[in-house]
Design a protein around this ligand. Structure first.
Ligand code: GLN
Length: 472
């Protein structure tokens, strides 16, 4: 069985001495990884919680999710001096269950990107190969888990930001059903698409964390829970060949291997069409940028955020504060969003994108009438290198087509590791009808008979020097 190192994780926050040992260890390893923007396991005392499977466990939180007393930089110079005065509902639920927040992780600025290289504050490296990216935008969270620094971390997923770094790092990544986990305390990028989710090397932990966070919340009017009848998963849909053109050879191998394994495990495999797939990227980037331009309008250097101290009038203050505070990718998206929303042109872009979104939802309804789950790649390639022309910003956007589908449809999706190819992890994702997360967990659990997640050398080094590692 895969070592969940459960008892080790249960012990690290137990005594002052253990906490200090743990902190030394994490700081040492993270010098090579750069996962944490802030690490302080003593900062927030554990709440006593009896009986919860999560009690006493450490967890890291992406730095666009509020935890009182920690920073909330969103990877941006705009907010690099902010201390959060409140805690996100999802985090609060975990604290109530006894989890200890140990730090905040790096991300692409405001969640915009697929590499974490768009962070204005720090660079994060993939623990499997530090010349490569950990993925993004929740790259710090995924890297912290893969480097063995925490058993789980929270991320956010607007168009793939949990699942893509999870796949790049060889771990699990859950993007829950839209509205099942409160967004209160998640700094908004594209409100109709995003949500808080989990990355972890343990499936059971992913499930417990999700079930603990999942709740209606009066602070987020879009939250809502629905009971779906327990149904055994029998059939899995796979995309017709034309939909998966452009996968790297390693990813192709991994994809077909995973299909074969599912067959061998007794699932019936059925090819399905997703006719709107080709329109997912234009629709996603139109809607995401439109919402970003509105959500980010509040960072004007007036109420909070970076403020240019030399400006002489309000207009100059706003312009120069925004110019200095935002990085190039954020500026690009604000401009793009403003462009698609300008008066007289909404019909051409924004409304059209919403129509595609509706069509995509219908496609999914049809798919889930014929199969229980849908299997697809998360990203067409494995972790790419920093600073290379391997995948430029535009190609990175095109590569979001498999993940952004679930965000446009609001459905849950779970990324899971299926192979190590060319020395790097390869991950796939399973998508389910709304609120059917449990079907994802049970199917991924069965898949563990075919492939168990493994952590890279760097994590093994970390844990081997730690005491009390449980080899269950
Ligand atoms: N790569 C996508 C983007 O840049 C997804 C980001 C996310 O999910 N936050 O928008």
């Amino acid at each position: 069985m895969f070592r969940e190192r459960k008892s080790y994780w249960k012990s690290v926050l137990k005594s002052q001495e253990k906490i200090e040992e743990y902190a030394v260890e994490v700081r040492h390893t993270d010098r090579r990884i750069g996962a944490f923007l802030e690490f302080d396991p003593q900062h927030i005392p554990l709440k006593a919680a009896e009986g919860s499977p999560l009690a006493g466990l450490p967890i890291a939180v992406k730095d666009n999710i509020a935890v009182e007393g920690f920073g909330l930089s969103c990877g941006s110079k705009m907010l690099s001096n902010v201390r959060s005065p409140y805690t996100a509902t999802a985090v609060y639920k975990l604290q109530e269950a006894g989890m200890g927040i140990v730090g905040k992780t790096n991300l692409d600025e405001f969640g915009m990107g697929s590499s974490t290289d768009n962070s204005a504050l720090q660079r994060t490296h993939n623990p499997w190969d530090t010349s490569r990216v950990a993925g993004g935008s929740s790259g710090g969270s995924a890297a912290a888990v893969a480097a063995g620094l925490v058993p789980a971390a929270l991320g956010s997923d607007t168009g793939g930001s949990i699942r893509q770094p999870a796949s790049f790092c060889g771990i699990y990544g859950l993007k829950p059903t839209y509205g099942s986990v409160s967004r209160f305390g998640l700094v908004a990028y594209a409100s109709s698409l995003e949500g808080i989710g989990v990355v972890s090397d343990s499936l059971s932990l992913t499930r417990s964390i999700f079930n603990t966070m999942r709740a209606e919340d009066q602070h987020d009017q879009t939250t809502g829970l629905a009971q779906v009848p327990e149904k055994p998963v029998k059939s899995i849909g796979v995309l017709v060949k034309t939909h998966i053109e452009g996968l790297s050879p390693a990813l192709q191998r991994a994809y077909f291997t995973s299909i074969d394994e599912f067959k061998r495990l007794g699932y019936s495999i059925q090819e399905v069409q997703l006719p709107t797939l080709d329109y997912v990227i234009p629709a996603y980037y139109t809607i995401a940028s439109a919402e970003a331009s509105a959500n980010l309008a509040r960072y004007a250097g007036i109420r909070y955020g970076h403020q240019n101290s030399l400006a002489e009038d309000p207009q100059e203050l706003m312009e120069s504060s925004r110019d200095e505070g935002f990085g190039p990718e954020v500026k690009l998206r604000i401009l793009l969003g403003t462009y698609v929303l300008r008066s007289g042109f909404q019909e051409q872009y924004y409304i059209r994108a919403q129509k595609i979104r509706t069509a995509l939802r219908r496609d999914f309804d049809a798919i889930f009438r014929s199969v229980d789950l849908l299997l697809s790649p998360t990203f067409p390639v494995q972790a790419f290198s920093h600073d290379s022309n391997e995948l430029d910003q535009f190609q990175q956007k095109l590569a979001d087509r498999f993940t952004a589908t679930a965000n446009l449809a609001g459905i849950p999706a779970l990324a899971f590791p299926v192979a190590i190819e060319d020395g790097l992890p390869a991950g796939m994702q399973l998508m389910a009808p709304m609120h059917a997360e449990e079907m994802l967990f049970t199917t991924a659990e069965t898949y563990q008979q075919a492939f168990q997640p493994v952590l890279p050398e760097i994590a093994q080094q970390t844990t081997s020097t730690q005491q009390g590692v449980d080899h269950e």
